[in-house]
Design a protein around this ligand. Structure first.
Ligand SMILES: [Zn+2]
Length: 542
């Protein structure tokens, strides 16, 4: 092949291979157009208050409770749930808030936007409420309004200039939220909205995060900010209770979006980053008192929906943390079952989308007809707890089915991309060493198969980018398949009986491992650095 054409071909091949990561792996799990399910007809509360203390680490709260007398008094003296909410990577503010308020984990396709915004629109408890009131950072609060058609969201944010990191008065941001809310209640301009059912107050308190970045979580400044947030929580609760004349119809949820390492960073999966505190009290928690709660962050979304009797958010993958809710009665189980239905709708949507276009399609066997039959008859159960466990088990399978459909074509595409990579190497070798090759029947077979796969993906109406991979394989197979077969024949089959051949294979294996090992054991990198050092000395002396 002409050198110029060869370079262009190879460049294009590499672009396709690079793009494939985003196309195949970083795909959005979010679908639209699913029907909604009401959580319950008999909600436990009329309104819900959500405090998010940004960047608050769970151990800094729970291990030093004398620093937070008010939250401590709730844990000790009132019926409440307290414990850990487990977040997932990336432990950043936006994904954390999306998990809490919308019930799904990072839309991994957001990597192309630096985790800064969601590429796809999504549902949230704010969207499902009759009215929501948000106070806090301009980076977080308006996020749930952007691009949404609903108008029932009142927002007050400070200017982003005030957020400056390194300012040791970051707790002013939290006090700002308190002041603004107090003024807002005094003005009483949205009186009608404030007296509706199913409303949500959202207080985003950024100070702890800012101080954690600047002064680190072991600092006095960080701890002092937690103390200030404790006071703010108490005063905000008092404001709300006074406004509603202590009607006992308000649920309070206190949590954080992510933790923080001792170095003042977050984003990764260390325990200090993923373990966040959770505290729930008020009218939603009637009779259960748990101090060792462990829930997944996204489970907060259906939990809050249930307290208010909202429709479950359609994109949520959260499951009602039913083990911590008492009493286990028919109403609670009904809400749990509705949660299962809502999760199942997403799987149905995934199924429909695949079924419509795939030629050969093996559905996931959920046995849902049998499950709902059992639920309808409610026969053969000893008690309500058995029904609960049956629903729980079904939800687990729904989650597996969802993953199965989401990654359905990933295997075939990964194979194609790997082959595309290998065949492009063959083309390069062929270009460097253009020996005359005999045509072989196996090479012909490879060529035909690559074309058949291309046709299959074409008929399946795959996204056009998915057609790039079989195209890549086709082109390179047609160029270098004969060469590759000859090469394999000479270099592999003729050498297989020699020890040096196996030694080479072994060394290549070790060599490849050294690339992968540092991902899991960082210290192995120092071996490489040490070898470089030895090599440098050798060269210097030589
Ligand atoms: Zn944050």
């Amino acid at each position: 092949m002409e050198t110029k054409r060869f370079i262009i071909l190879l460049l294009l091949s590499h672009l396709v291979l690079f793009y494939s990561i985003f196309d195949v792996y970083f795909t959005s799990p979010i679908n639209h157009g699913m029907p909604v399910y009401r959580s319950t007809q008999t909600p436990r509360a009329k309104r819900l208050v959500l405090f998010v203390a940004d960047g608050l680490r769970s151990d800094k709260l729970f291990q030093q409770l004398n620093n937070t007398p008010y939250l401590n008094s709730i844990i000790q003296n009132r019926t409440s749930l307290s414990g850990i909410s487990h977040t997932r990577v990336p432990t950043e503010s936006r994904p954390g808030h999306v998990a809490i308020i919308s019930g799904f984990y990072e839309d991994i396709s957001a990597v192309t936007r630096g985790w800064k915004e969601n590429p796809v629109e999504f549902d949230s408890i704010f969207n499902r409420s009759t009215y929501a009131f948000g106070f806090g950072s301009p980076d977080i609060v308006p996020m749930f309004k952007r691009g949404q058609s609903y108008e029932h969201f009142y927002i007050e944010c400070y200017h982003s200039d005030n957020e400056e990191f390194g300012n040791d008065r970051a707790h002013e941001l939290d006090l700002w939220v308190e002041r603004k809310f107090e003024k807002f209640l005094l003005n009483n301009t949205l009186k009608n909205e404030l007296n509706k059912d199913k409303i949500i107050f959202f207080f985003h308190l950024l100070g702890i995060d800012t101080n954690g970045h600047s002064y680190k979580p072991w600092s006095d400044v960080y701890m002092k900010n937690i103390h200030i947030v404790d006071g703010i929580t108490q005063r905000l609760e008092n404001l709300i209770e006074n406004y509603y004349k202590h009607d006992q119809k308000t649920t309070y949820v206190f949590t954080s979006d992510h933790g923080m390492t001792d170095w003042g960073s977050h984003g990764a999966g260390d325990d200090t980053e993923t373990l966040t505190p959770l505290l729930v009290w008020g009218s939603g928690i009637r009779s259960s008192h748990h101090t060792d709660v462990h829930i997944e962050q996204a489970d907060l979304c259906p939990l809050m929906s249930y307290f208010l009797g909202l429709d479950y958010s359609i994109n949520s993958v959260g499951r009602l943390p039913i083990d911590y809710l008492l009493p286990v009665d028919e109403d609670l189980l009904q809400a749990y079952l509705q949660n299962a239905r809502q999760l199942l709708e997403q799987v149905h949507k995934q199924y429909d989308l695949l079924k419509k276009r795939l030629l050969f399609f093996k559905p996931y066997n959920l046995n849902e007809e049998k499950f709902f039959e059992r639920m309808e008859k409610v026969e053969g159960y000893m008690n309500l707890y058995q029904i609960r466990d049956d629903i729980k088990d079904f939800m687990r399978h729904v989650a597996l089915a969802s993953h199965y459909y989401h990654t359905y074509r990933r295997f075939l595409l990964s194979i194609l991309i790997t082959i595309g990579f290998l065949t492009s190497i063959c083309t390069t070798l062929y270009q460097l060493n253009p020996m005359r090759s005999l045509s072989s029947s196996i090479a012909l077979l490879c060529k035909i198969v690559s074309i058949l796969i291309f046709i299959l993906l074409l008929i399946e109406q795959s996204p056009w980018t998915h057609l790039l991979y079989p195209t890549l394989v086709c082109i390179h197979t047609w160029i270098s398949a004969n060469f590759a077969m000859n090469w394999i024949h000479q270099k592999v089959f003729n050498q297989i009986k020699y020890f040096s051949f196996w030694l080479n294979i072994f060394m290549i294996g070790i060599f490849l491992q050294t690339y992968i090992l540092p991902f899991f054991h960082r210290w192995t990198m120092s071996i490489g650095v040490f070898l470089l050092f030895i090599d440098a000395i050798r060269r210097w002396q030589g």
